[in-house]
Design a protein around this ligand. Structure first.
Ligand code: 2BA
Length: 109
């Protein structure tokens, strides 16, 4: 068994939930925050048998879009102003950042 952890954008969260339910996969959604943008995102925990991992990855891939996002600059209070960029910078935020972890034991009580 594997635990798939997928960090995705909030905008794709409902669509991905619906697609997973439609394909009979169970998932837990966690509210998370990106370390770089410090903006909310959603982390899915999906426990699946090994033979279903690729199917779940395909569902994630099909339902999560990469988008450009503007990062507002933070002024360097008393710091080094040399690297300060005074205008918003566009970064591409992925579709999904996915980790596939081995599960030693799985119980439901
Ligand atoms: P954030 O950390 O808020 O990052 C948002 C986007 O900003 C990233 O998109 C990337 O394009 C850019 N970015 C991140 N760190 C950067 C840096 N040091 N310099 C320049 N640009 C940077 P993604 O790579 O698609 O990541 C989307 C979200 O997935 C991340 O949100 C974070 O919550 C999670 N994530 C990505 N890589 C991860 C990792 N190795 N471990 C844990 N979480 C990760």
């Amino acid at each position: 068994m594997k635990l798939i952890m997928a960090v995705i954008q909030d905008k794709d969260s409902n669509r991905l939930s619906d697609a997973l339910v439609e394909h009979d996969f169970q998932a837990t959604k966690l509210a998370s925050t990106g370390g770089f943008l410090k903006a909310g995102n959603t982390t899915f925990m999906i426990g699946v048998e090994d033979e279903h991992v690729n199917e779940v990855l395909t569902i994630i891939n099909e339902n999560c879009k990469a988008r450009e996002q503007l990062v507002a600059p933070i002024s360097p209070m008393g710091g080094n102003a040399d690297s300060y960029v005074p205008y918003p910078v566009e970064v591409q935020v992925g579709g999904a950042t996915v980790f596939v972890l081995p599960v030693d034991q799985f119980e439901k009580f």
